[in-house]
Design a protein around this ligand. Sequence first.
Ligand code: GDP
Ligand code: MG
Length: 178
Amino acid sequence: NGGASDAKNLRVKLVLLGDSGVGKSCIVLRFVRGQFDPTSKVTVGASFLSQTIALQDSTTVKFEIWDTAGQERYAALAPLYYRGAAVAVIVYDITSPDSFNKAQYWVKELQKHGSPDIVLALVGNKADLHEKREVPVQEGIEYAEKNGMFFIETSAKTADNINQLFEEIAKRLPRPAP
Ligand code: GDP
Ligand code: MG
């Protein structure tokens, strides 16, 4: 069917948002290629990758992933990427309270300007750096709960919870009628 969504095969636009340096590109690389490259380059503008996963009920979900640049000078472009997105993954770095504040800014932006039925996920990345943690896990949990978001802590470096992140998002997607 030309790649459109049907009851068994969903195609969803997903956008990653968050401060520069929180690990958005590494999360995507880990999910799509199973790799972690500590020398990965800064994203310019945005980049696009896709990955399909199969769920237990034999449906498949093809994620069309827009990985945005976090820098201020690209902020005006963000609506181009989140407009029409079915999913927004908002990422912060658990060692950076600034990045957690920035994540809250993105949540508000998406609540105002995103699709009304958008699935929002809040991700605390770099969970492997627990000795440098500055954002308690409870803060992430509570903020996400208040805002009706799915929450998870991940590590693109160790791969911890990366597949789980996308599987949990897939389970929360609105399904087209069979
Ligand atoms: P982006 O700007 O949000 O796309 O961030 P990048 O994916 O480019 O990552 C920024 C930096 O954080 C890089 O030096 C990565 O190696 C590092 N990084 C990304 N994810 C993790 C992680 O889970 N753990 C650790 N320790 N470092 C990470
Ligand atoms: Mg990047």
